[in-house]
Design a protein around this ligand. Sequence first.
Ligand SMILES: Cc1ncc(COP(=O)(O)O)c(C=O)c1O
Length: 412
Amino acid sequence: MSSIEYKNDILTVEGVPLTTIAKEIGTPSYVYSKAEFTGSLNAFQAAFTGTSHLVCYSVKVNANLALLRLAAERGVGADIVSGGELFKALRAGISPDKIVFSGVGKKAAEMREALEANILMFNVESAEEMRLLARVAGEMNRRTKISLRINPDVDPRTHPYISTGMKENKFGLSREEALPVFAEAAQSPHLEVVGVDCHIGSQLTETEPFIEAAERLKKLVLDLRAAGHDIRYLDLGGGLGIRYKDEAPPSPADYASGLKKVLGDVPGLTMVLEPGRYLVGNSGVLLTEVLYNKANGDKHFVITDVAMNDLIRPSLYGAYHGVLPVKKTGETPLTVDVVGPICESSDFMAKDHPLQPVAGGDLLAVMSAGAYGFTMSSNYNARPRAAEVLVDGGHFTVVKPRETYEDLVRGE
Ligand SMILES: Cc1ncc(COP(=O)(O)O)c(C=O)c1O
């Protein structure tokens, strides 16, 4: 059962009416359920019990310290892609020896910070990056573990912008390109080649692409071992999808059992998983107030105070987010576009979406907004960023206050 549900026709998060949060905190506000988030974390971890594994929460998805702390308390590590994410993960108490550093464009300064922190390993994406890391580690008299990110050329059957494991994507190295990089890295006294890494894409709703990638990488692991490399880690990235509308993604248990079937017979291998969206996507909603109704011919627009600067996924990927009334009236729904105040036609939360008739002052919830929501928000149109609220069993806390106008000019 979800912690985000109607009670007496009012949409609630862990029993707290969203009307109460809107009244006290205002709109737009991201509202997260602790129970949903920790429930997903527990389910994901439980799915891998019995196998040597490390779950690294993908910080880019939702980097609020309150959530990172909940992850840290449960022994979860972090998948980071910047010095800023390293800073936040450490600040939240995530153990450095459970942090992996991914990303195609790490800078020397970020490498230094991560070496200083003694993270578990770098997921290296190119020969040039490997050489720079060897140099930076050398200057610091360090030796660091690395994995090489492989592009397994598997079609994840997801949106092209969040597909990352095909030849045409910028990520990782093909097997053929990677082999000499493994060999060169092994020569460096400052690098310890311990792993193979991939991340084929996000919002995958089938198990097969994961399995296909795991099979290809298993073969590579075995070949590398035969060539003398002590490969102990296989990082399979993130990507497990969630239900936004009518998708039926695999459960963590199905996903894990598929991977275990492929990899279970490889001795001495630790699976690293970098889930993001699965852990937090359906743990959050974006609460907004209706401003106006307006019609252009047949088109009916509901104009709200939430905009593409707050949640860019619909504009960027044409992503679907359900929009629900906070107070359900039972009236026959209209077909509407839910749009924001920003001066772009791409500023919408939903198109041709069924919604009961609403009026200015009514509240709506943009659903499944916990992942890639706040972290992708901006100040476009000089809009202060939304507040973030965490609900925990009947109580709620502002875990990031709404930005002020002063925040907009800080440093300018
Ligand atoms: C390297 C890496 N790991 C993990 C993730 C998290 O993916 P997801 O949110 O689909 O689980 C991403 C997302 O793009 C990524 O780039």
